[in-house]
Design a protein around this ligand. Structure first.
Ligand SMILES: [Zn+2]
Length: 173
């Protein structure tokens, strides 16, 4: 499980199947953190759902939210494999960039403008966080940035907000 901040809410990435979440809607058995990851004080309470959109699914997907009654932190759960705010999967993005950097062109049948934007952002983020030497090793930079908790294709240059950790949590089924 990993998390990052978004608009005051903390995003928690969990191993979850997007299709199952879509099919089961609000009945999907999301895991619940044992304790609040922000203050560590107590158990978090259910705090409704937010509708999110992903490339792979035609329609909105309900993502679980929790709230800590102690520090009032809001937690938003999100399936692993997707960056916050970005609808394409990490795998799709990585695949496209790898194709473009390796073969000099984008994979056929893909949307060019969005991908050019990913590449531009990657070059900028690599330079900002890793230095200019990484310009010639952009795929390595992509993976390195993820390790640092930075979204490699994010438009906004932001400091590392993600902290990777594996707290104990159990599924509520
Ligand atoms: Zn808390």
């Amino acid at each position: 499980m990993a998390y990052s901040q978004k608009d005051g809410a903390m995003i928690i990435f969990v191993r979850a199947d997007l299709k199952e979440i879509f099919d089961q809607e609000r009945k999907y058995a999301w895991p619940r953190p044992e304790r609040c990851p922000a203050c560590g004080m107590c158990r978090v309470w259910g705090h409704g759902f937010v509708l999110a959109y992903f490339d792979a699914i035609a329609g909105g997907v309900y993502l679980r939210r929790y709230r800590c009654p102690e520090c009032r932190c809001v937690l938003r759960l999100r399936p692993i494999g997707f960056f916050a705010r970005i609808q394409a999967s990490i795998e799709t993005i990585r695949e496209s960039l790898w194709h473009r950097l390796g073969k000099g062109r984008w994979p056929s049948g893909s949307c060019g403008s969005r991908q050019r934007h990913w590449l531009k952002a990657l070059i900028r983020n690599a330079a900002a966080f890793l230095g200019n030497a990484w310009r010639n090793a952009l795929m390595e930079a992509f993976d390195r940035l993820i390790c640092l908790g930075v979204i490699p294709v994010s438009r906004a240059i932001k400091g590392a907000t993600g902290i990777v950790f594996e707290p104990p949590y159990r599924g509520v089924r």
